[in-house]
Ligand binder design. Structure first.
Ligand SMILES: Cc1cc2nc3c(=O)[nH]c(=O)nc-3n(C[C@H](O)[C@H](O)[C@H](O)COP(=O)(O)OP(=O)(O)OC[C@H]3O[C@@H](n4cnc5c(N)ncnc54)[C@H](O)[C@@H]3O)c2cc1C
Length: 492
């Protein structure tokens, strides 16, 4: 099947009877409910862009099996040029949504393309999962499916691995039948659960030291199933878009880009054998995951997304600063330089990772890893800083801007007079400030900050892992050589 239209996607959501709970009730139709419908439409628009003659050459390529047009973010890159082409496509989607969607289809597409290229690692003594991994890649590519994933065990007691606690909460295998395995328990957090077609469950991300012994194997599995699978339920946070306004101009992101986040509950869910990738294999994560080299692809998508996001935040901050001519003050120019540097930093990480792309043992090209690590250590903090700069420069205007309805209300003439600025009439100023508010100060914006901090895992743990694995010895040796050199040259 070729790329889907947005309409086809929305129709499939409408009829699949997924179990999405928000505010204590089950959403009957996510394409109609106020809390989810506009974000579903945004996802549909991304799919429609694949058909738009302006973008289709960049967003699609020819399927190696069907000859149909399929999404290029499924491409298994065979050269640097492929990586650049795939990144260009990601940038088109991300520019269209200002980098605000974490679970746009490209995120999981590039990951699963990498898993499929490395599929041999899934053929283990305990279970042969390789062909299932390859088949799933073909399935999602040919069906243009939107995927999400749940990689984290629920927060209960983080002083020990969740599956070592006396608890029935963690998702585990409870039964095996001729058809597959039955799993029960919870996983967090499923972003896009209200709108994704498929959910991928892989080993829980948190690594524990080797001396923490795990002797039960029912917690160790990897699989993918439709979001609408019977027994699979999602309890979501309240939707940001459930507000007392339908004015997109007042809440451009809140209303259109609230992807949904939910706790996934597996209530005796059957996973067919053909959708199982890892089965009762405690060593998989420690021994194998790294060999798959999935991480660079996942982070590469993030770098491109963040470039679109940082460039958007920079552009918006310029517009705000120009509006009241504060950009003429050197002190303001200094903070503008900071937001410029953040946007340039993200793009530099992209260019560097592309330039250092190399062929892996799995026969595909992978972006240069150290630049991605650098981005991962810094971007979430830089993004917070971009929000802070925008708030600082918009200052009181951020909360003194009225709703756009005021522009046509009974106070219209007063609003026209008193809400103008040196470089903007009252309408432009109001619209600009509403966009700035929704980008950096609204509930939606707060969730964006948290997302950037955590969606790739807890920085405390990922960054300490980077430090532990980084080649520090050669750098320390250089310092000692320098000390020796000084001693020899000047003290003998
Ligand atoms: C908006 C948003 C969307 C998300 N979407 C997804 C998604 O779609 N799919 C998905 O799988 N996950 C998703 N996540 C979850 C994300 O992967 C986790 O938030 C992340 O891995 C951190 O785990 P945690 O939230 O359980 O925090 P915890 O592990 O409970 O940590 C809480 C705090 O305690 C500290 N801490 C806990 N244990 C340790 C330790 N051993 N060593 C040092 N410090 C520790 C942490 O540093 C942190 O500050 C999302 C998260 C957010 C915020």
């Amino acid at each position: 099947m070729p790329i889907r239209t947005g309409q086809e996607y929305l129709e499939s959501l409408r009829s699949d009877d997924r179990a999405i709970y928000i505010d204590g009730e089950r959403i009957k139709d996510v394409t109609k409910d106020k809390r989810t419908c506009m974000a579903a439409e945004t996802m549909a628009e991304l799919l429609d862009m694949q058909h738009d003659p302006k973008f289709s050459n960049k967003l699609t390529y020819t399927s190696p099996v069907s000859g149909d047009k399929v999404g290029i973010t499924h491409l298994q890159c065979r050269s640097k040029e492929d990586i650049i082409a795939r990144n260009d496509a990601i940038k088109i989607w991300m520019d269209a949504t200002c980098g605000m969607l974490g679970r746009s289809p490209d995120y999981k597409n590039v990951m699963w393309a990498a898993y499929a290229a490395a599929a041999d690692i899934f053929d283990r003594d305990v279970f042969k999962g390789a062909q299932n991994v390859r088949n799933y890649h073909e399935y999602v590519r040919e069906n243009d499916s939107l995927m999400t994933h749940v990689l984290v065990n629920p927060q209960i007691d983080r002083s020990v691995p969740a599956h070592l606690q006396e608890s029935d909460v963690v998702t585990r295998i409870v039964k095996e039948t001729d058809e597959g395995v039955v799993v029960k328990g919870a996983r967090m957090v499923a972003t896009l659960c209200a709108m994704a077609d498929e959910i991928v469950v892989m080993p829980a991300a948190s690594r524990w030291p080797a001396d923490v012994k795990v002797d039960k194997d029912e917690f160790s599995f990897g699989a993918a199933i439709p979001v609408s699978t019977p027994g699979l339920k999602f309890i979501c946070r309240p939707s940001f878009s459930n507000i007392n306004s339908d004015q997109v101009a007042d809440y451009p992101f809140t209303l259109r880009y609230d992807e949904s986040d939910g706790l996934a509950i597996f209530d005796n869910v059957l996973i067919p054998w053909e959708r199982l990738f890892i089965h009762r294999d405690n060593e998989f994560d420690g021994e194998v995951t790294e060999k798959g080299q999935i991480f660079p692809h996942m982070v590469m998508q993030s770098v491109v997304r963040s470039t679109a996001k940082a460039e958007f935040m920079m552009a918006l901050t310029f517009a705000i600063a120009r509006m009241t001519k504060i950009d003429q003050h050197p002190a303001v120019q200094v903070v503008l330089a900071e937001t410029i540097a953040i946007a340039e930093f993200t793009n530099t990480c992209r260019i560097a990772a592309e330039a250092d792309a190399f062929e892996t043992e799995h026969g595909i090209y992978s972006p240069g890893v150290s630049h991605l690590q650098t981005w991962m250590a810094m971007f979430w903090k830089m993004y917070n800083r971009q929000c802070e700069i925008l708030n600082t420069l918009a200052a009181g205007g951020m909360v003194a801007a009225p709703s756009v309805d005021e522009l046509a209300g009974e106070m219209k003439e007063i609003v026209e007079t008193y809400f103008q600025a040196a470089n903007a009439d009252s309408e432009t100023r109001t619209r600009l400030l509403r966009l700035a508010f929704d980008s950096s100060l609204s509930s939606f914006a707060g969730r964006q900050r948290l997302y950037e901090q955590y969606y790739l895992g807890d920085p405390n743990r990922t960054q300490s892992l980077w430090t532990r694995t980084y080649d520090k010895d050669s750098h320390i040796e250089r310092i000692h050589n320098m000390l020796d050199d000084i001693k020899q040259r000047y003290e003998n």
